[in-house]
Design a binder for this molecule. Structure first.
Ligand code: SF4
Ligand code: SF4
Ligand code: SF4
Length: 168
């Protein structure tokens, strides 16, 4: 059965090409290439993050791990960094992300759960009965700010954030 979630993802995928960028770095970086060129792997951002969500990635560069928690967009990691690969405008989205709920979501499999909605401050996740006996998750991609708060609490690891950028 087609859902609003699936439609949102299709719309998004139709409009943009997936980038070679696969990792969430620090928020508001200008580009992955700028980041990889100038990041010294000093680790200052890792120790600056009160949420402890910045880890040293397999490639040695800092990476966000939403399984450890959410980004509060506090900008402490940016303040700690000596480099200049950050956008000046912090009112724009921190990263080009889109959110998805996979088909193994408990609610989609007729088991009551709304843990993702409960932690979503922008209210990007809502639930509706649709034609089901258990309320089904619906996503508003425009409201999702990519904070990742819904990743860790999901009991079935069904929530996921995609990082996309248009290829230049
Ligand atoms: S903005 Fe704040 S919460 Fe987000 S990664 Fe940087 S230090 Fe951590
Ligand atoms: S928390 Fe996970 S399992 Fe529960 S409704 Fe949300 S996506 Fe589905
Ligand atoms: S990433 Fe944040 S804003 Fe987006 S759906 Fe999850 S909790 Fe809501």
């Amino acid at each position: 059965m087609s859902t609003a979630v699936d439609q949102s993802k299709r719309n998004f995928l139709r409009g943009r090409k997936p980038s070679v960028v696969a990792k969430f770095r620090l928020p508001w970086i200008t580009s992955e290439s700028d980041f990889l060129k100038d990041c010294t792997q000093c680790g200052d951002c890792i120790s600056s993050c009160d949420e402890d969500i910045i880890v040293k990635g397999d490639d040695g560069f800092p990476t966000i791990d939403f399984n450890k928690g959410e980004c509060t967009f506090c900008t402490d990691c940016i303040s700690s960094c000596q480099q200049t690969f950050f956008k000046n405008d912090k009112t724009s989205a921190a990263w080009p992300s889109k959110f998805n709920i996979k088909d193994d979501c408990l609610a989609k499999n007729k088991i009551y759960c709304q843990s993702c909605k409960d932690v979503c401050e922008p209210r990007a996740i809502t639930f509706s009965y649709l034609d089901s006996s258990i309320p089904q998750p619906l996503i508003d991609q425009d409201l999702c700010n990519g904070c990742g708060a819904c990743i860790q609490p999901c009991p079935s690891n069904s929530t996921e954030l995609f990082l996309f950028q248009e290829l230049s």
